[in-house]
Ligand binder design. Structure first.
Ligand code: SF4
Length: 68
């Protein structure tokens, strides 16, 4: 497991936003994710490209995910 910090995909509202799952909720609440876990970025600039990112990736399009 890897720790996820502010600004990284795992805590970004666009991470897997088209199909929010229990895994994504767990990643958000624990701020930890499996090294090999990837999901699609839903940012409007990335979604058409089906960009897939790990939980510790990041970009300037980061928006904090709403806390449950
Ligand atoms: S690539 Fe950027 S916009 Fe997409 S989930 Fe990661 S931080 Fe968010």
């Amino acid at each position: 497991m890897q720790a996820i910090h502010n600004g990284q995909c795992g805590v970004c509202g666009h991470f897997g936003e088209r199909h929010k799952s229990d895994v994504l909720v767990t990643i958000l609440s624990t701020k930890k994710a499996d090294e090999g876990f990837i999901d699609e970025c839903g940012h409007p600039k990335h979604a058409p490209l089906h960009l897939k990112v790990t939980a510790i990736s990041g970009c300037d399009g980061f928006v904090p995910a709403a806390q449950a």
